[in-house]
Design a protein around this ligand. Structure first.
Ligand SMILES: [Zn+2]
Length: 130
């Protein structure tokens, strides 16, 4: 039997014995129980929201840990292509640099790169964490 059920049972008994003071106290207890239930529901919703935020932050941390810089570019472990360092630094977006009419260019921010290199690997002597 839950709290609200218990309060309802006591309320019935108070009515049966015709005790107005007890009935008033039970009504107050019922009101407080409803408020606590609503507060509990809000806290549960906040927990879900915070758990979702934790998942997003963990995914972002995992992504950041998979990245490194070398030369002018950002690389991701296992990805053979270079990504735009500006887009990572400014927007935390991984955008592959593509060959365009003006040379190597970021399709997002349009930065043109004079050189290009494939993923040299995290173990390369010039690779550093992002
Ligand atoms: Zn870019």
């Amino acid at each position: 039997m839950g709290l609200l059920d218990s309060i309802q049972s006591v309320s019935k008994l108070a009515t049966q014995i015709a005790n107005p003071e007890l009935l008033k106290q039970v009504a107050n207890a019922n009101e407080q129980a409803v408020e606590l239930s609503q507060a509990n529901l809000q806290l549960q919703m906040k927990i879900v929201e915070l758990e979702n935020q934790i998942r997003v932050l963990q995914a972002k941390k995992d992504l950041t840990n998979s990245l490194f810089r070398n030369g002018d570019f950002v690389f991701r472990d296992g990805d053979p292509n270079a990504c735009c360092p500006r887009c990572w630094d400014v927007e935390q977006k991984l955008i592959h640099i593509l060959m365009g009419k003006d040379g190597f260019q970021c399709p997002n921010c349009k930065t043109v790169y004079m050189t290009y290199m494939g993923n040299p690997g995290r173990d390369n002597q010039f690779s550093v964490p992002v």
